[in-house]
Design a binder for this molecule. Structure first.
Ligand code: GLN
Length: 199
């Protein structure tokens, strides 16, 4: 059974741990750099990306985590976690730190004020048995994706455009929405499969 860390600075840590258990992995909270060497993969929950990047710095996790991700640690970021994994954030705060790992540019709070939060059914590449119900909470979208990035899902935005909301690059997975807030375990299962393949 793979051991998958859940970054425990902010966000739905318990929900991710529970989803990982259902998906066939052991989820463990991660707060210290030393704990990074004990996990086969890492989940970065949602929350507030600016606060999370500050907490990563004060817990002295930012540089060690960047290094582990550069070495190929499988990672799954949801919402603010996606923002942290991107190479660049638009509409971020000036002190926003990036972990890298995903060759994407994300736009923070991209769906705008009128649609702060919404749900949608998404076709998700690589996930069968029907659409994935996606919960978006002040979500980012992917504005630009590099050649090595596979687009897994898009959603229609208010202006009629289709926006990228799920991507994968190697063993790094990210969703603009929160799969840990629905009973559907398929996105977590996809990540556990990526962790198994990387091992
Ligand atoms: N709006 C948040 C941010 O910019 C992300 C929201 C979330 O993670 N649900 O970091």
């Amino acid at each position: 059974e793979p051991v998958i860390g859940v970054l425990a600075m902010q966000g739905a840590v318990r929900e991710h741990v529970a989803m990982l258990a259902e998906a066939g992995a052991r989820g463990v909270p991660v707060r210290r750099a030393a704990e990074l060497s004990e996990v086969d993969g890492l989940v970065l929950p949602g929350g507030e990306s600016t606060t999370m990047s500050r907490l990563l710095e004060s817990f002295e996790l930012l540089e060690p985590l960047k290094a582990r991700i550069a070495e190929g640690l499988p990672a799954f970021g949801s919402c603010a976690g996606m923002i942290l994994l991107a190479r660049q954030t638009l509409d971020g705060r000036p002190d926003q730190q990036q972990l890298g790992g995903l060759d994407v540019v994300v736009r923070r709070n991209a769906f705008g004020r009128q649609v702060d939060s919404f749900e949608a059914d998404l076709d998700f590449a690589g996930i069968g048995d029907g659409p994935v119900r996606a919960v978006f909470i002040r979500a980012p979208w992917v504005e630009k994706a590099g050649d090595g990035v596979e687009v897994l899902a898009t959603v229609g935005a208010g202006d009629g455009t289709a926006r990228i909301v799920a991507v994968r690059q190697g063993a790094v997975l990210a969703t603009a929405f929160h799969p840990e807030l629905t009973p559907d375990v398929r996105v977590h299962r996809l990540f556990v499969d990526l962790v198994r393949q990387a091992a």
